[in-house]
Design a protein around this ligand. Structure first.
Ligand SMILES: [Ca+2]
Length: 501
């Protein structure tokens, strides 16, 4: 009895300490398919992003932010749940997000704890067994769309009323967010707003306003590792991927591709400006945390690749900016090279709101880095790219200085392939040094083994990940995996058909 009494007192103390401070509002800004170097703040001289640059000036910018799975649907579920792909099981061909996992998402938890919650833009997944629209009831205000949504504002039902003033959906998202903030303020509750931009995802149809801003730039700066020749040293498996075979316009017409892509990002920047203005107008700017990131990177012609779903830097890394206006000025304009990831978003948002971060989560709160940008939250991070043709599936480990990639497939005459890159000296991954650093390789492989073992122990049932621990075990011969791989492919096809219905 005494113990229960003590527990009640502890809980009351905890609650009162949370309530004693005014809980901050949180805005999570999420672009789609934006690679890391595509903001002025990240050193890109061609792109026009004054508002996001200002946000970086006021906050902290992360230079080693990875999406642990580099594709929309899976990464969005990683962000929502704080779990790796093989634990939430949400990806094309693997199935939808289970209701019980969504109920543990940052947005569901914050709402339960009294936050006024809103969502606008591309959701990217549906909840298993439910219609897309059913998710509306999980938010106080919802203007999300199914599938990819549309750049034409009028084609997105919840945004129609903004279509005359903002015919391109990116700025319409900003206008919706401004109205949401007014309602949130009136509610008297703290709010959590998720703005999930479609941009700069294909189709390449920027707002003409933004395209005009690039009229004077005829030639865009190519990445150092641009072009097919700069990808010849990479694995044969990588060359079977969609990123290697499609979206060739990034190679044949880089300037136009970069112009469209950058203009789409400048539209996001303009909408972010609208949101920051809205915050100020409502007097909410002093107590609203802003997080900006993207669901995956994009190769933009690097190594001759376009698209995403590859473990290389351009496809995996995105910008991450966090701005907490409550921090003293001495913490403004910081840069951190700590390893951060998409699974950290939920943990960080929960921590900001004063809620506990479950140890079940793969992600970690990044709040300690705001005051100590030179510290770390982890030594290594796994990257899982299990989408697309099975030959192009990979599992990788990244540390601040190194990346190890394992390509398991030996079909089509290929050999299972290992790659090791020294990211400190070779950030463009131009040299596979797998045979030159046995100590490092052993260390990276030991991290890899731990992740493989963890995957085996913790993978979600019923989403067809059961084969992966064996498929990605480098110590198992391909002959033993071959039949599994075949089974896996046929299961996958059936699943895709089921999902399409
Ligand atoms: Ca995406």
């Amino acid at each position: 009895m005494k113990k229960i009494g003590l527990l009640v007192i502890c809980c009351l103390i905890k609650l009162s300490s949370v309530n004693a401070q005014e809980r901050p509002n949180i805005i999570f800004l999420f672009s789609d398919d934006q690679t890391i170097n595509t903001l002025g703040a990240y050193g890109n001289k061609d792109i026009i992003t004054p508002n996001l640059d200002k946000l970086a000036d006021k906050g902290i910018r992360f230079t080693n932010h990875y999406n642990t799975t580099s594709i929309c649907m899976a990464s969005r579920a990683c962000v929502m749940t704080g779990l790796y792909e093989y634990r939430h099981g949400t990806n094309f061909g693997h199935g939808d997000l289970e209701r019980k996992l969504f109920n543990e998402s940052y947005t569901a938890k914050l709402r339960k704890e009294g936050y006024y919650t809103g969502f606008v833009g591309k959701v990217g997944f549906v909840i298993e067994g439910e219609k897309f629209d059913d998710i509306e009831k999980d938010f106080d205000e919802f203007a999300g769309g199914p599938g990819q949504t549309s750049y034409i504002t009028a084609n997105n039902k919840p945004l129609v009323k903004y279509a005359v003033k903002y015919p391109h959906a990116t700025r319409a998202n900003g206008a919706w967010a401004q109205d949401f903030m007014k309602n949130a303020k009136a509610s008297g509750k703290p709010f959590c707003l998720s703005v999930s931009f479609k941009a700069p995802h294909r189709p390449t149809t920027p707002d003409p306003i933004d395209l005009k801003r690039y009229e004077s730039i005829k030639t865009f700066t190519k990445p150092i590792n641009f072009g097919v020749k700069n990808g010849e040293h990479l694995s044969a498996q990588a060359h079977t991927s969609r990123a290697a075979l499609q979206y060739r316009y990034w190679i044949t017409d880089f300037d136009q591709s970069a112009r469209d892509y950058y203009a789409l990002i400048s539209g996001v920047d303009a909408a972010v400006g609208m949101i920051m203005d809205g915050l100020k107008e409502e007097g909410l700017d002093k107590n609203t945390i802003i997080i900006f990131t993207s669901d995956n990177g994009y190769n933009c012609g690097a190594h001759g690749f376009a698209g995403k779903v590859l473990p290389y830097e351009e496809g995996s890394k995105s910008p991450l900016i966090i701005y907490d206006p409550r921090l003293p000025k001495k913490y403004n304009n910081k840069v951190s090279d700590a390893l951060t990831s998409n699974v950290d978003m939920a943990a960080t948002i929960l921590d900001f709101s004063g809620l506990p971060v479950s140890e079940e989560m793969d992600g970690k709160s990044l709040i300690p880095l705001l005051k100590k940008p030179n510290s770390e939250v982890r030594e290594s991070l796994p990257l899982f790219n299990f989408w697309g043709v099975p030959e192009a599936h990979s599992m990788a480990i990244v540390t601040k200085d190194w990346k190890y990639v394992f390509w398991n497939s030996a079909s089509q005459g290929m050999k299972p392939t290992e790659e090791l890159f020294n990211l400190k000296n070779d950030s463009f991954e131009m040299h596979n040094v797998i045979n030159k650093n046995s100590d490092v390789l052993n260390r990276m492989k030991s991290y890899y083994s731990v992740e493989l073992k963890t995957m085996k122990e913790r993978l979600i049932e019923g989403h067809e990940y059961e084969h992966f621990p064996l498929l990605f075990d480098q110590n198992v011969n391909w002959n033993e995996k071959k039949s599994l791989d075949k089974d896996f492919q046929s299961i996958r096809k059936k699943k895709v058909k089921k999902v399409k219905k």
